[in-house]
Design a protein around this ligand. Sequence first.
Ligand SMILES: NC(=O)c1ccc[n+]([C@@H]2O[C@H](COP(=O)([O-])OP(=O)(O)OC[C@H]3O[C@@H](n4cnc5c(N)ncnc54)[C@H](O)[C@@H]3O)[C@@H](O)[C@H]2O)c1
Length: 318
Amino acid sequence: MKRILVTGAAGFIGSHVAEVLLERGDEVVGLDEVNDYYPSAYKRANLALLGLHPRFSFVEGDICDRQLVTELFTTRRFTHLAHLAARAGVRPSIADPFLYQRANCDGTLSLLSACVGAGLENVVIASSSSVYGNSRAIPFREDDSATDRPISPYAATKKATEVMAHTFHHLHGLSVTVIRPFTVYGPRGRPDMAPWLFVESALSGRPIRKFGNGTTRRDYTFIGDFARGFVNAIDRPLGYEIVNLGNSATVSLNEALDVVRDVTGKELVIEQAPPQPGDVEITNADISKARRLLDYDPATSFREGMARFCDWYRRSRA
Ligand SMILES: NC(=O)c1ccc[n+]([C@@H]2O[C@H](COP(=O)([O-])OP(=O)(O)OC[C@H]3O[C@@H](n4cnc5c(N)ncnc54)[C@H](O)[C@@H]3O)[C@@H](O)[C@H]2O)c1
């Protein structure tokens, strides 16, 4: 049995990763500050679900609190760290880069420091597909040098954490796998992300803001596929590796809106808006490395995943 610290466990991806680990018999300690980036009630609901498992315990706190983090590593004797806590979102990072620098860079450094000498078997850290910026080398491969030129503060903080993790691997022999997630969506998803915003607006008859002409493309990854890949990464110490977890099929904004219309059964009211600064034209993962190293095999199409998300949304949120 593994004893795993899952940071960001109250959030969308962290709660799913924790759930997969608990269901297969691991012990999970969640660490999350339960901030109000989006309604904290959603995070409390995720925690209530995890709390049904007897092997789950929760610590409410800030990953930047070095005393708290050091104490946790000393007293709980973790075998693994799954680090998913972060300030996420490209657009708000432009408004407040300092907040992102603190949570994402200082917070990751605080955790990496606590790992030194703690005897962990493996550390898995969530970076982001945004590090690829407007790379022209499509699909995005992990060795793309465009990641040296991020185009938003959020992406810059994620690139910085990848680099710092390498330093800790080099200096202290920590095994670290960095995961680059590509637009993860599904039940318990993030209310600031397009899939949620589209379904919410469609079901309530409110206008959907469409940024640009609808040709931008996203590699949408269903949470069930993603969480399995992430857990495989926890199970397989690889030294130091960066691995994309996407779906690898891209969906244009116009196609995504058609799917939203079909799964909700509602005619959409579209409100046209200009392209957003910091947004990228396309995200598209090359997942051959994930297939090879992590037996990753995303099987859920966008249409199927959105139907499942819409079902969940109707049952729990609408
Ligand atoms: N969802 C996606 O499509 C996506 C894409 C790329 C990268 N990621 C990354 O995956 C990870 C999880 O993302 P998510 O979509 O679940 O986001 P989320 O916002 O739902 O979850 C993040 C959690 O981290 C917590 N947190 C933030 N700062 C903290 C701090 N200083 N101390 C303790 N807890 C803190 C938040 O309260 C939240 O519950 C993040 O690192 C994010 O950057 C997500």
